[in-house]
Ligand binder design. Sequence first.
Ligand code: NAP
Length: 278
Amino acid sequence: MDNVIDGKKISEEIRSELKQSIKYEMLKPSIAVIQVGDNEASNTYVKMKEKACDEVGIYFRHFKFEEGESELSIINKIKELNNDEYVNGVIIQLPLPDGYNEKRLVNTIINSKDVDGLTDINTGRLVSGRKTLVPCTAAAVIELLKRSNVEISGKHVVLVGRGKLTCRPLIQLFLNEDATVTVCHSKTKDLGYVTRHADILVTAVGINNIITSDMVKDGAVVIDVGINYETGKISGDVDFDNVSKKASLITKTPGGVGPMTVTMLLKNTVYCYLNRKK
Ligand code: NAP
């Protein structure tokens, strides 16, 4: 199908660009990932990040704490990494086990190394329209649209979801691009009525097939961020087989936004390296 936005291919293009500039400009970016506990999904995500870093030439460090480790010792590690001139990006692998104060830990990361774009200061900068580090999945959505030559200015964007990793930052990012933005969530009445008005529809809910073809306007661009496992295989929020017949462009899950999210983490890390205090 030629209306599918191939996130894997676009991601490979960006990784190749990053690899070239790291090699030929002799950059030495590095990232540190802090993980607490042994959550299976987190182990997989950390491995994916490590593999992607290796692929482009970003030095990867992994600090894994046992569940039950005191918050203070994790905070001390973050502070040590904040002060380490050879570390350019610091992330805390989420979700944390119960009992840890996520906000406190994330906000211990110095803003200039916050490659996940999640500290309160970086969130505030984004909302006030200043240049800042942007959460990777939200950045991935914008990058996919731009690299697919989708005009955003003047378009009506409907976001389904208001989570802090994707849709909240996307509100500002789309406004920055002069789109008109509508946000839907679990209390939205008649979701289909709203989504049918979208020129660009972005969904980050986590419910298989919540978006069906009758909820999509002919010719709309559809970006599916959702990841669901309940059917035994990975699927998104969108009924792809039917919606793809109406959409002018559409992402597929897997192979859409997912690979791009890690790629934007790599991009943010190189950005932090280039903007580090000399
Ligand atoms: P989240 O913070 O829990 O947000 C989910 C949103 O969906 C909430 O705003 C919720 O509304 C809304 N929602 C729930 N039921 C709804 C309904 N019936 N109608 C309309 N909206 C509804 O989750 P998230 O972190 O944003 O993640 C969302 C999905 O994206 C998950 O499947 C996750 O795995 C996936 N994801 C994928 C990537 C990637 O790289 N591809 C990255 C991050 C997340 P309320 O606010 O009212 O509760």
